[in-house]
Design a protein around this ligand. Structure first.
Ligand SMILES: [Zn+2]
Length: 483
């Protein structure tokens, strides 16, 4: 606005002075903002949490090979796992009503006089396959050097075990006065049937949830160069996605007299054009992320990122440096499957490719699909959407968010707490239909090495952070009691 006003003044008075003046004012505001920017003190929580039982319980949960293929082939795997949970957390299963939907389980505790809406904490029980050369067998739950190893320790049996343990402890102490749910699906890594089934149940029963807490964020090593503090990343939203099959056809022919355009040359064009269809935009959530982190950074990043409102183009450039941060700006696409001819000297009559898209928050399912339809029409390519879902609803940053940040601060202390949006998909996205406050955060503090081992070999978490997680979930369940 100030630029527009100064431009009008410049035109009227035929002088460039107002423009320079406005620029000077904005720059001074940015410098002042950088100087007075508040840097909340981060104090480490010196309290050590000890809870040997939760470690043993997680070891037992890891031993169940709840891999998708196993669950499909054999319901016994699921039954044995559920029986194990009942033995490990007897009071939870005594006090909470168990509801088994086809691909998930839901536990419900109803406190009759609780005037508030129930809340829900969740994490999935299925794990991805564990191939490769593991140092210890992936389903043994070995504890070594204060770390617990095994498929699912981080993704996400560790946090599920911690929340069940927290509830078990609180029920035993008869401290609960809130209505709440614990939910876990068996197909988060694959088909995503379990979560929507439960959401349908909530809708049918007219149940609206106070807040939902799922995986999707954690406490991680400093995500930016020059930053010294660890960050608790709370995802307020997640990207939607779609998978499309593109098919180009021709009359075929012999390679000695090739036509000017072939199915493969058309698809090659499509591959080159597709990324250009989508625009880069810095989303307000990303600006919020930088605003939380900037006070702890050094000049010039502190100056640029702390004043994202003024330096959006520069912020964009910083994000474009690597492909992970660039994905925060736009709809991304990648071609993953290709099929065409079988003979080296025959022009194929048909060629097809499959691409996966993840939407920028400003170019959701409909717009991204529409843009691809336009390109396909121009190139004469047939397009079939195989699957797709919209971007999730964006969670609020009001009272419930503040409660979450307070709890993280209380249990973990010296971490920067920041909102962001997740690039990958979780079960949480389905819950937007029954809740405005869906957050993605598990209270596990992991190193970059541990983070990268998710879905890889030697997945592990620290024993100490598992114990912190129990404390965190206790605060979550109890803190709501106090309100
Ligand atoms: Zn997961």
């Amino acid at each position: 606005l100030s630029f527009t006003i100064s431009a009008i003044f410049s035109l009227v008075f035929k002088s460039k002075k107002p423009i320079y003046l406005t620029m000077l004012l904005l720059l001074s505001a940015a410098i002042l903002n950088t100087i007075i920017i508040k840097k909340p003190a981060l104090k480490k929580n010196e309290k050590e949490f000890s809870h040997p039982t939760v470690v043993q319980n997680l070891q037992k949960m890891i031993k169940h090979e709840t891999i998708k293929s196993n669950i499909d082939l054999n319901d016994q795997v699921r039954e044995a796992y559920m029986n194990e949970l009942k033995q490990l957390f007897p009071t939870v299963f005594k006090e909470m009503e168990l509801r088994l939907v086809s691909r998930s389980f839901l536990l419900h505790y109803k406190y009759e006089t609780d005037p508030q809406k129930p809340f829900l904490i969740m994490c999935h029980s299925d794990v991805v396959d564990a191939t490769g050369d593991w140092t210890n067998p992936p389903f043994s739950g070995v504890v070594k050097d204060n770390k617990i190893y095994g498929r699912g320790t981080f993704d996400t049996k560790g946090s599920l075990c911690a929340m069940l343990q927290a509830a078990e402890d609180l029920f035993s102490q008869k401290k609960l006065t809130r209505s709440f749910y614990i939910f876990s699906s068996f197909d988060e890594e694959t088909t995503h049937v379990g979560a929507p089934e439960v959401v349908e149940y909530f809708k049918k029963e007219n149940i609206i949830l106070d807040f939902v807490l799922d995986e999707g964020g954690a406490i991680i090593d400093p995500p930016f160069p020059g930053l010294k503090h660890r960050c608790a990343m709370i995802a307020l939203a997640e990207k939607g996605q779609m998978t499309i099959k593109f098919t180009a056809t021709s009359n075929g022919g012999h390679s000695s007299q090739p036509p000017r355009i072939t199915p493969l040359s058309t698809l090659a064009k499509l591959v080159l054009v597709t990324p250009k269809m989508f625009t880069n935009r810095v989303h307000p959530i990303t600006l919020q992320t930088f605003k939380s982190i900037a006070p702890y950074m050094k000049f010039p990043l502190r100056f640029i990122l702390g004043n994202g409102w003024l330096f959006k183009p520069l912020v964009k450039l910083v994000l474009l440096i690597n492909s992970t941060s660039a994905a925060m700006l736009r709809t991304t696409n990648v071609f993953t499957i290709a099929q065409a001819g079988t003979e080296f000297n025959v022009v194929p009559r048909e060629a097809s490719m499959v691409a996966n898209f993840r939407f920028g928050l400003h170019q959701d399912y409909n717009e991204s699909k529409c843009l691809m339809e336009k390109v396909c029409k121009k190139l004469n390519v047939k397009m079939d959407v195989i699957s797709g879902c919209k971007n999730s609803k964006i969670a609020t940053t009001g009272e419930k968010y503040k409660f979450l940040t307070k709890t993280i601060d209380k249990v973990f202390g010296d971490v920067i707490i920041t909102p962001y949006f997740a690039l990958g998909g979780t079960d949480a996205r389905f819950f937007g239909d029954v809740c405005d406050n869906v957050y993605r955060f598990i209270p596990l503090s992991v190193s970059t090495d541990q983070l990268l081992r998710m879905h890889g070999i030697d997945e592990n978490i620290d024993v100490s952070t598992l114990m912190q997680a129990v404390e965190f979930y206790k605060e979550i369940i109890l803190g709501q009691n106090k309100q």
